[in-house]
Design a protein around this ligand. Structure first.
Ligand SMILES: Nc1nc2c(ncn2[C@@H]2O[C@H](COP(=O)(O)OP(=O)(O)OP(=O)(O)O)[C@@H](O)[C@H]2O)c(=O)[nH]1
Length: 454
């Protein structure tokens, strides 16, 4: 599989990096505004490819990572070639239409929230894509909401968005954009209760048809306060994911709904459990999905300009919870937090199952400047080896000789980064990275990161 890493940057971060000398990278331009880079491996495929293009005014970096066996070289070349075909957004305002994914386990309150959004007073014209398993008609209440606020409601009911109807999603969004552009301001996609959000998120990056016109704004996950633990603690057969865990892991906003059905201590316990999976997402408790609309629309969860708030939120929480900096042997003030813990929780003895503690958050906060080349190699290798397990990552980096902060976000092997504002004179140049994923090894991540510091 080959994947696109899209980087717009004024400096050389993650630039032209070839891990194996026997790999040749080349690029060509198809037009002034649209750049196409072809990465070709003439000999054995390298585990990680990246390429850089230098424009007159600003440099844009597009990188691709690929994994393949030696025998699949031809396939690899085709894949890499087809992925690296991206419209440059250099110096252009991002006018793409924002899209929000609403996910959450069966019955958690997704449709209730959607109705709240559609009937809310936000002045936005919203197109809705509703994914239901085999239902013939749209929910009656949604039809009511259509008259109230939705610009368009499209039903995808012949399968699950994350599996069989992903192609349909691409076609529908393209069709919406083609036929109704200018008539709606936001797209809201409601997934089925059993959807894994990852492939849906990736669709927004992997599909040119969508990427050019629509940007992912955020993933909002509804959690049923009453039944969440049951689903989160369920152990799935080998090879199956726990959808409830996945939906929380990918969230930018978590709405703990149905709080009227639980007591304070049960609620506290479920919120704590959610935090161990995803400490980066904002969390709110509600009844009947009644949240401020700007909590769910205009999140900018995948927006590099908004990375700071989520990363800082994470750091703030950690400081509040357990502040434990320490000096390491290079003299950098570097600390990390791991929200996975050994869950010998109260249900363990009464049930025949324990929850999968594998999905958790790790954050690293560390002062000092990064050696660009080392950071590039480390991150590239990390994504190559662990991209399946790294669900989400976000961060702010301090790169040597770079006056701006470098901000990035990623979903599995998709990586997006760019220089952000200048470091202030009175500000400590502190790196902050948050990973959410499966079986993350805190020590390994911290050691790898520390080794990149100068
Ligand atoms: N008590 C209580 N019931 C709620 C709350 N929110 C939603 N419900 C009810 O829970 C049921 C399921 O809500 P939906 O919004 O349909 O949930 P959903 O996630 O869209 O459900 P699926 O599409 O089946 O996955 C409905 O009967 C809602 O009225 C809440 O905060 N408290």
């Amino acid at each position: 599989m080959a994947t696109l890493l899209r980087l717009d940057t004024a400096t050389a971060f993650l630039a032209f990096n070839v891990l194996r000398a026997d790999t040749v990278l080349s690029h060509r331009f198809s037009s002034a505004s649209r750049r196409r880079i072809t990465v070709s491996a003439r000999t054995k495929p390298s585990p990680f490819y990246s390429a850089a293009v230098n424009s007159d005014t600003r440099r844009s970096f597009y990188s691709a990572s690929a994994s393949a066996s030696d025998s699949s070289l031809a396939v690899l070349e085709t894949e890499v070639d087809s992925f690296i075909d991206v419209v440059s957004t250099d110096n252009l305002p991002d006018n793409r239409i924002p899209a929000t994914i609403i996910t959450g386990f069966l019955g958690s309150g997704k449709t209730t929230l959607l109705n709240h959004i559609l009937t809310g007073d936000h002045g936005k014209r919203i197109a809705v894509i509703e994914n239901e398993f085999g239902e013939a008609d749209i929910d009656g209440s949604l039809v009511a909401a259509k008259t109230a606020g939705a610009e368009d409601i499209i039903l995808l009911n012949n399968g699950c968005l994350c599996c069989t109807v992903r192609g349909d999603l691409v076609r529908m969004i393209s069709e919406l954009v083609k036929t109704k552009k200018g008539r709606f301001d936001h797209i809201v996609i409601e997934t089925t209760g059993l959807a894994n959000p990852a492939p849906i998120i990736q669709t927004f990056y992997a599909e040119d048809e969508i990427f050019d016109d629509v940007k992912l704004d955020g993933v909002v996950t509804l959690v049923d306060a009453k039944h969440a633990r049951l689903h989160l603690d369920e152990v799935k057969p080998e090879g199956y994911v726990n959808e409830a865990v996945e939906q929380i892991a990918y969230a930018d906003r978590i709405i703990v709904n149905k709080t009227d059905l639980v007591g304070e201590s049960e609620l506290g316990s479920v919120m704590q459990r959610i935090k161990t999976i995803n400490s980066m997402a904002h969390m709110k408790r509600t009844e009947y999905g009644k949240v401020d609309l700007d909590y769910v629309l205009g999140i900018g969860g995948f927006d590099l300009e908004r990375i700071e708030s989520s990363v800082n939120e994470e750091e703030k929480k950690d400081h509040d919870d357990h502040h434990h900096d320490h000096e390491h042997d290079h003299g950098h003030d570097c600390h990390d937090h791991h929200n996975e813990h050994d869950h010998k929780h109260e249900h363990q003895h009464s049930h025949d199952h324990t929850h999968d503690p594998g999905v958790a958050s790790v954050s690293i906060v560390c002062e000092g400047d990064l050696d660009l080349e080392k950071a590039n190699m480390w991150l590239g290798a990390l994504l190559y080896q662990r991209s399946e397990d790294i669900y989400r990552m976000k961060g702010i980096l301090s790169v040597q000789d770079m006056d701006e902060r470098f901000v990035f976000q990623g979903v599995h092997e998709i990586f997006e980064g760019s220089p952000d504002r200048l470091w202030r004179k009175d500000e400590t140049r502190t790196n902050k990275i948050v990973f959410i994923g499966k079986n993350l090894n805190r020590e390994e991540l911290e050691m790898g990161f520390r080794a990149c510091l100068i």
